[in-house]
Design a protein around this ligand. Structure first.
Ligand SMILES: NC(=O)c1ccc[n+]([C@@H]2O[C@H](COP(=O)([O-])OP(=O)(O)OC[C@H]3O[C@@H](n4cnc5c(N)ncnc54)[C@H](OP(=O)(O)O)[C@@H]3O)[C@@H](O)[C@H]2O)c1
Length: 438
């Protein structure tokens, strides 16, 4: 008869409480299916007087995370952030205990160090809940696509921003109003900075890139732009041209071996399957050599979806420990010993919206600046109905330019010059366009 495996949790917040609830109510069912019973041995949080959505028995409670690590075979870190979380994870791994975490911030910044520590101590760190909540993205990359070469990943990896953009598109709400609604519904934190500035999505795509391309990522080199400057007008204009606006996280391998890792608002054509991922949902597209294109979609966050992913990892570890006395993990070896070369520049199409004085020669001057930076114009849009969206006076007209592919550094330099022209009345709006056919 297999011995129960002791699971200790550090952090009894949204996800920690969900994991405790699943373990306390489903352990027998898991045992029936796998032959192994994961048993909650201890759970730590700072203040047990706070209200939780599930009542953890008093005998399992502590406020000391070290007690949790001491009294468990598997340690689950669910406090978030870097400082204490890193200490918890490192302490457990150094004791040879496997760790499960959903902490994308910690993994994006220190993933390679932690993976190395796990390997040195002949144990494992699993993190399905860290990216895509309940969608098994890490499993797909580590297992399903292990035999394939992944060329590109595109993802809507942050539910809060996807909700905000959907509300702006379908409800004509301003960014501020849509954010307020997301906060009222509990989809956004009171401090939403990590979400709306794209940092959360950047953490996630960095982790996926490490797994897909087998190397460590210097997170400071990931290109990140959030959605705070997005205007409903641009979303509407995009729709008119057959595009949806999404905060897209992209990881691409180039022929020269460099890797692009970037997060920014992006116009994608309606033929891209991600254009139909709306509201709080997450969606991801993997492109690989043998499997081809794989799209996954689902709940990217929340107590139960994320807890389900965490428990999946716990079960994998518990089965290994119980049947073979050790854990079995196939995280790519390169993650801990090879540095990925991140491309400093990238190549994209661009949407450029300007507000200019209505006089002859304006377009000519702008086209001249673009041409001087090797940027060619694919189309120009000037429509009457846009005028009502503009706060400025009547002699100012909107000018929308779509470019062919150009280097980011060159379009940025061009926009800097264009902005200084005397007839340009407001800050230009620049949005990247991912044009690939699907
Ligand atoms: N929420 C989601 O939908 C979601 C989705 C995917 C991944 N994640 C990740 O999962 C992790 C947990 O997120 P969460 O939303 O559950 O966070 P949370 O609700 O803020 O919970 C964090 C918990 O950690 C506890 N804690 C903090 N410092 C501690 C310490 N030194 N010792 C013991 N307990 C401590 C807090 O205790 P007190 O309550 O007692 O103060 C709190 O209960 C994060 O890394 C997050 O990025 C979350």
């Amino acid at each position: 008869m297999a011995k129960p495996v002791r699971v200790g949790i550090v952090g009894c917040g949204t996800v920690g409480t969900g994991v405790a609830q699943i373990l306390l109510t489903k352990a027998e069912e898991i045992k029936k299916k796998t032959g192994v019973k994961p048993v909650l041995s201890k759970i730590a949080t700072r203040d047990w007087n706070k209200k939780r959505f599930f009542k953890v028995p008093e005998s399992l409670r502590t406020t000391d995370w070290r007690e949790v690590v001491q009294n468990s075979d598997i340690v689950v870190e669910l406090i978030g952030g870097i400082d204490t979380a890193k200490e918890v994870v490192e302490t457990a791994l150094k004791m040879g205990k496997p760790v499960v975490t959903a902490n994308k911030h910690l993994l994006a910044e220190f993933g390679y160090e932690i993976a190395k520590l796990a390997r040195e101590n002949d144990t494992a760190i699993l993190f399905e809940g860290a990216v895509g909540g309940g969608i098994p993205l890490v499993k797909v990359l580590k297992e399903t696509l292990c035999s394939n070469e992944v060329g590109e990943i595109q993802g809507i990896l942050n539910g809060t921003t996807n909700y905000i953009l959907t509300k702006m598109e379908k409800g004509n709400l301003s960014f501020k109003k849509a954010l307020l609604q997301a906060q009222e519904k509990g989809y956004a934190e009171s401090d939403p900075t990590f979400d709306i500035e794209g940092i959360d999505a950047a953490h996630k795509i960095a982790i996926l890139a490490m797994l897909a391309f087998g190397g460590k990522v210097d997170f400071s080199q990931v290109f990140v732009e959030g959605i705070t400057h997005i205007n409903v007008l641009d979303i509407k204009l995009g729709m008119e041209m057959g595009y949806k606006l999404k905060l897209l996280a992209i990881a691409k391998k180039r022929n020269n071996g460099e890797v692009e890792i970037r997060v920014h608002p992006t116009f994608i054509p309606l033929s891209n399957p991600l254009s139909h991922v709306d509201g709080v949902f997450n969606g991801i597209l993997f492109k690989s050599d043998y499997l081809g294109q794989l799209k996954l979609q689902g709940a990217g966050a929340g107590a139960y979806p994320t807890a389900t992913a965490v428990v999946q990892d716990i079960i994998q570890l518990a089965v290994g420990l119980s049947r073979c006395g050790k854990v079995c993990d196939i995280t790519p070896l390169g993650w801990a010993n090879h540095q990925l070369k991140i491309a400093k520049d990238f190549y994209s199409r661009y949407y450029l919206r300007l507000e200019v004085k209505d006089k002859p020669g304006v377009l000519y001057k702008i086209a001249q600046i673009l041409a001087s930076k090797d940027i060619s114009i694919a189309g120009v849009l000037q429509q009457e109905w846009i005028l009502k969206f503009l706060s400025s006076h009547l002699e100012v007209v909107p000018l929308i330019i779509l470019t062919h592919k150009a280097y980011e550094s060159k379009i940025k330099a061009a926009v800097e010059e264009i902005e200084k022209l005397p007839f340009v009345e407001s800050k230009p709006v620049l949005i990247r366009v991912e044009e690939e056919k699907y």
